[in-house]
Ligand binder design. Structure first.
Ligand code: CAA
Length: 396
């Protein structure tokens, strides 16, 4: 497997290109996304207009080479973008994350040249939307245990895919999906194969959209395969390689979710800081009181510790892309810590706001709800702890 096509720098110093990207994304996110975030959260509508604009800015395929329709940037650029978009609205950052990390990366790293040209370009450019489908109704954390099946036809030209997949982010609007399903159940995880799915083909349908606690504008649904005929050319990375592809892609995805969690936490923290300066009680701004100061100090410390873990994971990923190896544990530590920090920070920021934090007139309750998913998707906190501990104990 070739993980990189070009040399990638290991430094985390922001280049001029990063600075320009950061300014442009921050400006766009605050001008175009933040003002509509509450409305989309309330309606649960998929924000197609602003998603298209993210595509026009090159944000839907940040790390994809330009020849495949992407922006040709690096992991640091991806992380900076995720933080800024999540600060404005977590739902948008979820859509962005799945498109970039879970859909595009797998094809870039495991696809043939033809697959890269056909399957990355329309999605990295933002014209079409990509999704990733691993989970099933009866297998979430135990990702290797699947009930869906793909069977090769007698002519050897197509796989017939049957079964249901669940919790597929962006599925209601996805044009293309990276799908993991069993081609040889007796081989357990080594019998899983990855397929490139065109959702306009017969045999593919969508189940109901999930009503969710948070990230309500990022549509999530079941997808159903009923004798979907997938050409053998659309097998990604070889028969039986699906589990490795799924896990490799999730390592990158988890850094993105860590960045998303950090962005949500920063948004809540900054709101709390303003409120602590402005709100008065007992004749003084509440920020003058030690109990509020303790919260501010603990929130800020967790945010900066989370950023350090993200940067450590970014360096580990760039190193792996340049010279091989894995960054599984670094990605898991960043996701685990940042998602739990986001829970803490959004809770404390809401508390500092008192009753106003509980009201839908302010964004605190949305930050609090949106942060919750980061401890669940792309591997629960429990799974991240398992991954980290297994490596420490030499169990894998
Ligand atoms: N990179 C590359 N290979 C990996 C890997 C990684 N990160 N992790 C495991 N593998 C390989 C192992 O080396 C092993 O290879 P061999 O077959 O050669 O031995 C193989 O995969 C099996 O590994 P394990 O024995 O460790 O597998 P396991 O069954 O014990 O499971 C797990 C490991 C870490 C628990 C994994 O199942 C897991 O991450 N589960 C959580 C799944 C998850 O994150 N789901 C979320 C899906 S996406 C989503 O949230 C929806 C969305 O749309 C956003």
């Amino acid at each position: 497997m070739v993980l990189s096509e070009q040399f990638r720098p290991l430094s985390l110093a922001l280049t001029e290109e990063h600075e320009m990207l950061l300014t442009a994304v921050r400006d766009f996110a605050q001008r175009e996304i933040a003002p509509v975030a509450a409305e989309y959260d309330e309606s649960g509508e998929f924000p197609l207009d602003t998603v298209r604009k993210m595509g026009e800015m090159g944000l839907m395929g940040i790390e994809m080479p330009e020849r495949y329709g992407g922006a040709g940037m690096d992991t640091l650029a991806h992380v900076l973008t995720m933080i800024e978009i999540a600060k404005a609205d977590a739902s948008h950052s979820t859509i962005l994350s799945v498109n970039n990390s879970l859909y595009c990366n797998g094809i870039l790293w495991f696809g043939t040249e033809t697959q890269k040209r056909e399957w990355i370009s329309p999605v990295a450019s933002g014209e079409e939307i990509g999704a990733y489908s691993l989970t099933e109704p009866m297998s979430g954390s135990d990702a290797g245990n699947m009930a869906s099946r793909a069977t090769l036809n007698d002519a050897g030209s197509h796989y017939l895919i049957n079964g249901r997949k669940s919790w597929v982010t962006s599925a209601p609007f996805a044009d293309r999906i990276v799908l993991f399903t069993m081609t040889a159940a007796e081989d357990k995880h080594r019998g899983i194969t990855c397929f490139l799915i065109d959702t306009s083909q017969p045999g593919f349908s969508r189940g109901k959209t999930e009503p969710k606690l948070g990230i309500r504008a990022s549509a999530t649904s079941e997808i159903i395969f009923d004798d979907y005929a997938c050409p053998v050319e659309n097998v990604l990375g070889g028969v039986g390689q699906g589990f490795k592809i799924a896990m490799t892609v999730l390592d990158a995805g988890r850094i993105g979710i860590a960045a998303q969690a950090l962005g949500i936490a920063e948004a809540a923290y900054e709101a709390a800081l303003i409120y602590a300066r402005e709100r008065e009680a007992f004749g003084a701004p509440i920020g003058n009181y030690q109990m509020i100061q303790q919260k501010i100090a603990d929130m800020k410390t967790r945010i900066e510790a989370g950023r350090a873990l993200i940067y450590q994971a970014v360096i580990a990923k760039e190193r792996a892309l340049a010279s091989g190896g894995r960054y599984t544990s670094e990605a898991s530590m960043a996701k685990l810590f940042c998602s739990e920090a986001a829970a803490y920070v959004t809770d404390e920021a809401l508390q500092i706001h008192g009753g106003m934090g509980y009201s839908k007139e302010m964004p605190l309750e949305r930050y609090y709800r949106d942060a919750r998913i980061t401890r669940i998707y792309e591997g629960t906190s429990e799974i991240q702890r398992m991954v980290i501990a297994r490596k420490e104990l030499g169990l894998r």
